[in-house]
Design a protein around this ligand. Structure first.
Ligand SMILES: [Zn+2]
Length: 388
């Protein structure tokens, strides 16, 4: 059996289920939009801007990593800019044979020009839909609430802070999360592209359980749920995401490994395995935020040996300077994965989408024979994978 080359990984049909719109723009587009809207960026030349935004050598923490988004958000404040960014992201993903892409973004961060809230959603959906018509890619949209919401972050935040001056940052974030959840639920009845809800931002000090009310709205709206957890905080954060937010998937879950305890019969780790709850794994980003010291030190290898359901994702194509192909290539090299391992991982991705069941099945039926042929694995490999 031949080796796993970058070329092979590029050709294979893939998914990306954890990809932030504002962290995955093209550098050239940021400069174009800044010129178009006369926005002053902290760096004017492409190379300087790249040095500022792209995390080549990592940063000291998740909070540091998140600061970069202040720059990309400067130019993502109009319907036209949002449509373009969404289209280009799906175009870039389609170019490396991503067949299904779930894009996520937080509408509240795009309110600086007082763009109507619903229009913000619709602009991103329009960009994704345009890409779907042109390329062989299917897309879904995840709406993020934010765990914290400093007044300087957006115009809406400033107005709300002014009006509700007795509220703390945390209380306002919770209030805005409920508002975002209500709009998401309502618009999801009209736009099938909206498939789920998430919560993003700093984990430490902003527990998921504080957003219980927002997630209740989403549960009542019968939408899917993923939660950023276990990236910058331990298993408690993941436990809350499951217990209070009813997460169907977990964003990162890097520190779930700390809940592994073979001496105990019932653990959170075991629960994830038994319930087949997918972990959206972003190894490059995890190294850059200091979640793990190196790719080799990432618990992914243990997760795979223990048959946890993992799916490989980019997190932020621009900020992390990565693609889905790159992520697969890095883990195949670091963990010396076999073609069967790779087959299972890619299938896990297609099984873990938030698409309606019939559509999930249809894509699986389409990609399975391609993967079996390209990876020279028999259909028996698929038989080893529990289906949901
Ligand atoms: Zn993320």
């Amino acid at each position: 059996m031949g080796e796993i080359t970058r070329d092979l990984l590029y050709r294979l049909p893939k998914t990306d289920l954890h990809c932030h719109l504002d962290g995955s723009m093209r550098l050239r587009t940021i400069l174009d939009l800044a010129e178009q809207y006369k926005i002053r960026l902290p760096a004017e030349h492409e190379d300087d801007l790249r040095r500022l935004i792209v995390m080549k050598d990592g940063c000291s923490s998740l909070v540091d990593y998140l600061r970069v988004f202040d720059v990309t958000l400067l130019v993502l404040q109009t319907d036209e800019a949002l449509e373009r960014a969404a289209f280009e992201l799906a175009e870039d993903a389609a170019a490396e044979n991503v067949r299904y892409l779930e894009v996520r973004f937080s509408p509240i961060l795009h309110t600086n020009s007082l763009l109507p809230f619903e229009k913000i959603y619709e602009s991103v959906i329009a960009g994704l839909t345009r890409a779907e018509k042109r390329y062989r890619i299917k897309t879904g949209l995840l709406i993020c609430a934010m765990r914290n919401f400093p007044a300087e972050q957006s115009h809406m935040a400033r107005r709300i802070h002014d009006r509700f001056y007795t509220f703390s940052d945390a209380e306002l974030a919770q209030l805005l999360a409920v508002h975002t959840a209500k709009v998401t639920t309502k618009l999801s009845q009209k736009y099938p592209t909206i498939v789920g809800f998430d919560i993003a931002g700093p984990e430490d000090g902003y527990p998921a359980k504080d957003f219980y009310e927002a997630f209740q709205e989403i549960i009542n709206g019968h939408l899917s749920i993923t939660v950023h957890a276990g990236e910058a905080y331990g298993p408690d954060s993941i436990e809350q995401a499951v217990k209070y937010c009813h997460a169907h998937r977990i964003g990162h879950g890097t520190r779930l490994i700390e809940a592994k305890d073979p001496s105990r019969l019932r653990t959170l780790y075991r629960y994830f395995k038994d319930k087949r709850i997918p972990l959206e794994i972003c190894v490059t980003s995890n190294v850059q935020t200091g979640s793990v010291p190196s790719i080799e030190a990432h618990p992914l290898k243990v997760y795979l040996e223990d048959k946890l359901r993992c799916t490989i994702c980019t997190d932020n194509r621009l900020v992390s300077d990565t693609t889905v192909t790159d992520e697969y290539f890095r883990i195949c090299q670091a963990f010396k994965l076999s073609k069967e391992d790779l087959y299972k991982l890619i299938i896990y991705g297609f099984e873990s989408t938030f698409l309606p069941y019939e559509e999930r099945e249809a894509i699986l039926r389409e990609v399975e024979p391609i993967l079996q042929r390209e990876l020279q694995v028999g259909s028996g490999a698929a038989g080893a994978i529990p289906r949901t």
